[in-house]
Design a protein around this ligand. Structure first.
Ligand code: PTJ
Length: 270
């Protein structure tokens, strides 16, 4: 495969570099072909959000990290897109919050499991759950490949971070009384509306912010973190994300010239 070098002064460099990571992940068999499409859907929502982390997402990030830090058995579910976009960051978040990493694939192939396992190991992961040789159990009422979970991982977990997830699984995890956190650029997806905490942001921006939040919040008392969690209303937070998109589009509809202005991240509409 020919690797495309995006010129450093290209106005869409950040977005195109991220796209390259997904394409490379696909060629290494980490990313499912459908993962390329899922990425495109994410890019479209990121456009609507202005490719920045807004205040609602920052709030959700704080609560999500509080939930991971206070959990007895936190688990981070890793799929192909997550692995190829943020391998080192997801390992760092796992280390700092004590959450186990579990490979869990919608489009399962042994070749993909092996590629993701290798990528997480070379990103520094000590232990990776969810592989075929491990004890597993089945999530009731779920027909997709994701029904198989690690008995010492998601099977046992009280809090599960499932970024870029499909709605069925989130619903099934909720039915099993798990506290579900997701990262999803689409505030209207089924996962977004069924989760307990939805971070409406690009995973490449959200995970580094979660790591920074974990460094700060791990010094706070259990009581403080529990209050953050119980004060949080996911429906309200999602509504704020939708209103953010509406007001941004209203602003743009009165001044298209804003789309020609370069913003400070170098990411703007092409
Ligand atoms: O690796 P596998 O086999 O487990 O498959 C992974 C995919 C992503 C293909 C699978 O979970 C899938 O089909 O997911 P969906 O139903 O397309 O949902 C993915 C969600 O993630 C969509 O709502 C996208 O908008 C969102 N999304 C895509 N890219 C990003 C994102 N959210 C945050 N950051 C992104 N970079």
């Amino acid at each position: 495969m020919v690797k495309i070098e995006v010129p450093h002064n290209h106005p869409r460099k950040v977005s195109l570099d991220i796209r390259e990571r997904i394409i490379e992940g696909h060629s290494r068999h980490e990313v499912a072909t459908a993962g390329l499409l899922a990425h495109g859907r994410g890019e479209a929502f990121d456009y609507l959000l202005g490719e920045t982390t807004n205040e609602s997402a920052k709030h959700a990030i704080q609560v999500a990290v509080a939930a991971l830090l206070t959990a007895k058995h936190p688990v981070i579910s890793v799929n192909g897109n997550v692995c190829s976009l943020v391998p080192r960051e997801i390992v760092e978040l796992s280390d700092i919050t004590g959450a186990a990493l579990e490979i869990n694939l919608f489009y399962y192939r042994k070749e993909r499991e092996d590629a993701i396992f290798r990528a997480l190991k070379s990103a520094g992961a000590n232990s990776v759950l969810g592989t075929q040789d491990r004890p597993s159990e089945t999530i009731p009422e779920l027909s997709s490949n994701r029904r198989k979970v690690d008995s010492e991982g998601i099977g046992l977990a009280d809090v599960v971070l499932v970024p870029l997830e499909d709605g069925d699984r989130t619903e099934a995890l909720k039915a099993m009384k798990k506290y579900v956190i997701t990262i999803d650029l689409n505030p209207m997806s089924r996962t977004s509306v069924y989760a307990d905490v939805t971070i409406v942001d690009n995973i490449v921006r959200a995970i580094p912010l979660m790591i920074a939040a974990a460094k700060e919040l791990r010094t706070k008392s259990e009581e403080h973190l529990q209050k953050m969690i119980s004060d949080f209303d996911n429906d309200k937070n999602l509504a704020e994300s939708i209103r953010f998109i509406i007001s941004r589009l209203e602003q743009l509809s009165t001044n298209i010239g804003l789309l020609r202005e370069k913003n400070d991240t170098g990411v703007r509409a092409s």
